[in-house]
Every structure is written in structure tokens, then in C-alpha cells.
Design a protein around this ligand. Sequence first.
Ligand SMILES: [Zn+2]
Length: 134
Amino acid sequence: MNLENSQRLLSDFPRLFRLPPAYGAGEGEGAGEHFVFECGDGWIEVVHAVSRRIVAHAEEQGLYIVIHQVREEFGVLRFRMEGADAVIFRLLENAEMVSAGICEVCGAPGMLFTHGGWRVRCDLHRRLWGERND
Ligand SMILES: [Zn+2]
């Protein structure tokens, strides 16, 4: 994910994204600055929408939620996190399903394809993917 989209997520949800303690990330201001979103920019709105719902639910329920990883895995969006309850797991499952229909590169409607690995691509990026690795 590019710098602009990463910074938008980190500034809109300043306490949500943290590397696990094993990676040397502490608490407090700036602890999320080295967080890397390991997926394409086409999914920015999916990640943003689910983050907004997670934060709202966590505040309502008094939960302490930390997302340690956001990545593409087996073609779809996946999260690793701490502190999730059943509602949040359902939100994440829903985001995963939504990502399976959105091109990871550009955000247009897409489908899961396999080409040496699973990826969600629109028609254009599916064709480009056949020619080079994006
Ligand atoms: Zn696309």
C-alpha cells in the first residue's frame, strides 16, 4: 500500500495498528509509524471501513483492540489482531469476503483468479498480471 493511503489509515485510527511487541514496537504516540499494510491500494476503502466499525465497536464495548497485521493472503484480505470478540471476527470475515470482489490494484469490481497464486483482479489488471507481476 502506498505511503498516502498508509498514512491516511494510521492518522484516522491512531491507536489501532501496531506491530507485535516482538518486533520492538512500543506503546504510545508514534508506535504505529513503522506499520506496513501488506496489500494493494485497491483495498484501502475496505480496510478503512472495517477499521471504522472495529474502533466504534471497541469504544462501545470498552475493548482494547490491536491489529498486528493487514495483508493479502491466498488472494484475499486478512488481519492478525489481539482483543477481538465475536462481533469483530464477523466484521473481519465480512471484509475478507468483500475483498474477494474488489481488485486489489485499483479498487474496481474484480474476481479471484489463480496464476501461480490467488489474486483478486479486475479484467484490466488480470490481463496486466498475465504480462508482468504487479
Ligand atoms: Zn484493477
